[in-house]
Design a binder for this molecule. Structure first.
Ligand code: IFM
Length: 453
């Protein structure tokens, strides 16, 4: 067997990512809580309920697990509805509790990366029109100032908004996130408000904490033509990528929003990223259907024979991680992989997914592309939005009823990677032997050609 290690630079961040609503439990004052109570909104009518009971104190045991697993960073989010339960009414005890959690992370050697908006809004924000209301820009900035003033001595790495493309498309076009709108005309306005809110937050954070690093967590989804020889499929893949992947990152580079139906300027947003946050999961195929051209925005399919996660939600496509890194690199900023992972209750696919994706990150590191860290989604199974508890992304399994945790095989693999600051052929041989030869090809026999002379 070839013995080799893909080594990462000293100080590389290895962590996991979580979000408030998905792990805290009892977030009764946000729009998702209300949404979950409506029949048919969530698969099998699941509810976040106590989630992983972090608000009840179980954050400590989970962060201990992360630290014992060799991680040195953790990405978590602040729940706006806890900090500001009613307009301009602040709950300082909630902020104190976040201080306790973040101090707890630091005490066990985990550098915090803190997200300020991860899909949820306080109910009062939703009632005032959510992201369609132009006031969202000032109220988001006010909330951000409150949080950053309270936490800046503990946190230096901020994500303003998680996956603004996923949020805006699912909440305002596909309708699977609250407020459940399916309105192409509203989408550009929501996008504009999100860009403006991010920009306002960026400037506010730097005013309070000039040396902080502030960015967005961009979700990159790979789109390939189902038939590369079909020009309509090729067009569809480009169209989807252009509109799903590129709108937000471009807007915060040059201040211009380019949607198919509306274009605009947001000068305040120019240069409002100190790093590029990249979430990558998978690649889908796009087949143009002339009978249903309006399906352009719907989910594509995976090719036959794809290496699928148990519910078929994610195809294991490490080449897409490379594509995503090449794309992110064009923005000329340090890169953090802010999310990457796969749902897999039995750790059947995750070990090979993990090894093959981390190998792509290592390739970029070797080109000196400034990749600073990798955050796996996720530490413990958590509430997966419209998919409820049907998908299990945790390195640790959660029994939602009893709150018992159980370590999955992938947790051991990830711990070995984090502790070694690298991925070795021995690790692949143990945890994902099925891809060992592909990742570390053995030396072939010497071809002894018969000399003709
Ligand atoms: O759970 C989500 C997370 O909240 C945002 N990115 C994708 C994850 C997996 O579905």
């Amino acid at each position: 067997m070839i013995r080799a290690t893909h080594t990462f630079p000293h100080g590389f961040l290895w962590g996991t990512a979580t979000s408030s609503h998905q792990v805290e439990g009892d977030n009764t004052n946000n729009d998702w809580w209300i949404w979950e109570q409506e029949h048919g909104r969530i698969l099998q009518d699941h509810k976040s309920g106590k989630a992983c009971d972090w608000w009840g104190g179980r954050w400590q045991e989970d962060l201990d697990r992360a630290a014992e697993g060799g991680q040195n960073a953790h990405r978590l989010s602040i729940e706006w509805s806890r900090v500001e339960p009613s307009p301009a009414v602040w709950d300082d005890s909630a902020l104190d509790y976040y201080r306790q959690i973040i101090k707890g992370a630091l005490d066990c050697g985990l550098m915090p990366m803190v997200t300020l908006h991860h899909f949820t809004n306080p109910q009062w924000v939703a009632e005032q029109g959510g992201w369609l209301n132009p006031q969202i820009v000032v109220i988001f900035e006010r909330y951000v100032r409150k949080v950053v003033n309270a936490l800046h001595d503990l946190v230096g790495l901020w994500v303003t908004i998680n996956e603004p493309n996923v949020y805006s498309f699912l909440a305002y076009l596909e309708g699977s996130f609250p407020p459940g709108m399916k309105d192409l005309k509203s989408l550009p306005l929501v996008i504009k408000h999100m860009v403006l809110a991010h920009a306002a937050a960026y400037h506010a954070i730097h005013e309070i904490q000039p040396d902080s690093l502030v960015g967005l967590a961009h979700h990159y989804h790979g789109f390939r033509p189902a038939n590369p020889r079909n020009s309509l499929d090729r067009w569809l893949a480009r169209f989807k990528s252009e509109n799903f992947n590129n709108i937000f990152p471009r807007a915060v580079i040059d201040g211009r929003i380019r949607t198919p139906f509306w274009k605009g300027q947001v000068a305040q947003a120019v240069g409002t990223q100190d790093y590029f946050g990249l979430n990558y999961y998978t690649v889908e195929q796009c087949a143009f259907n002339p009978l249903r051209p309006l399906n352009a925005f719907q989910r594509g399919v995976y090719p036959e024979g794809a290496d699928l996660s148990p519910t078929g939600y994610i195809a294991n496509e490490p080449a897409g991680m490379w594509e995503a890194l090449c794309w992110a690199h064009r923005f000329n900023l340090p890169i953090y992989i802010t999310e990457n992972g796969v749902e897999d209750a039995e750790s059947a696919i995750r070990p090979r997914y993990l090894a093959a994706h981390i190998r792509q990150v290592w390739r970029a590191v070797n080109f000196n592309w400034g990749v600073r860290g990798y955050f796996h989604w996720s530490l413990v199974d958590n509430f997966e939005w419209e998919r409820g508890w049907t998908q299990r992304f945790g390195l640790w399994a959660l029994d939602v009823g009893t709150q018992q945790r159980r370590k999955r095989l992938s947790a051991d693999l990830y711990a070995e990677i984090c502790k070694a600051n690298g991925l070795s052929s021995e690790m692949v041989a143990i945890y994902a032997p099925e891809i060992l030869e592909e990742m570390f090809p053995p030396r072939g026999p010497v071809e002894l050609g018969v000399s003709s002379g």
